[in-house]
Design a protein around this ligand. Structure first.
Ligand SMILES: *[C@@H]1O[C@H](CO)[C@@H](O)[C@H](O)[C@H]1NC(C)=O
Length: 134
């Protein structure tokens, strides 16, 4: 292969890798607060969220649930999180999981899943790798 072809191949590989990272990185300071974003955009235009679930690491069960199927939003968090995790709904499109104060045990890969009122598809979003700096 000519050298120029080889360089083009490498560039294509680099661009492909950057366009689709397996996980996104989120940094925060140890003992401070961390913000993990979750996209609430529905698959259809007029749909609304019903449940937002957060998963941590390899745990099978969600560590946090936000449920708006009733009149009032219901939040549930796994007891081991010690009430340090709170999901804030910013608008129809975005939510932020805030962790405060952070602990080293929070360093993990997280992802959110969003379920909607009308559409039966549950959207699983890209994983977020939280790193804490001391
Ligand atoms: C998360 O980030 C840490 C620190 O950069 C890294 O060691 C670890 O492999 C990452 N995990 C995943 C699943 O990407």
């Amino acid at each position: 292969m000519p050298a120029s072809g080889f360089i083009v191949l490498i560039l294509v590989l680099l661009v492909t890798c950057e366009a689709e990272p397996a996980t996104e990185f989120v940094e925060a300071s140890d003992g401070g607060s961390a913000s993990l974003p979750c996209n609430l955009n529905p698959p259809g235009t007029s749909d609304k969220i019903s449940v937002v679930l957060w998963y941590k690491g390899a745990e099978q069960n969600p560590i946090y649930k936000y449920d708006v199927r009733g009149n009032q939003p219901v939040r549930w968090a796994e007891a081991s999180l010690q009430n340090r995790y709170f999901l804030r709904i910013l608008d129809d499109h975005r939510a932020i999981m805030s962790i405060s104060p952070t602990k080293l045990s929070d360093e993990e890969v997280y992802h959110c899943k969003v379920d909607f009122m009308k559409s039966s598809t549950m959207i699983t979003h890209k994983a977020l790798n939280l790193t804490l700096n001391s």
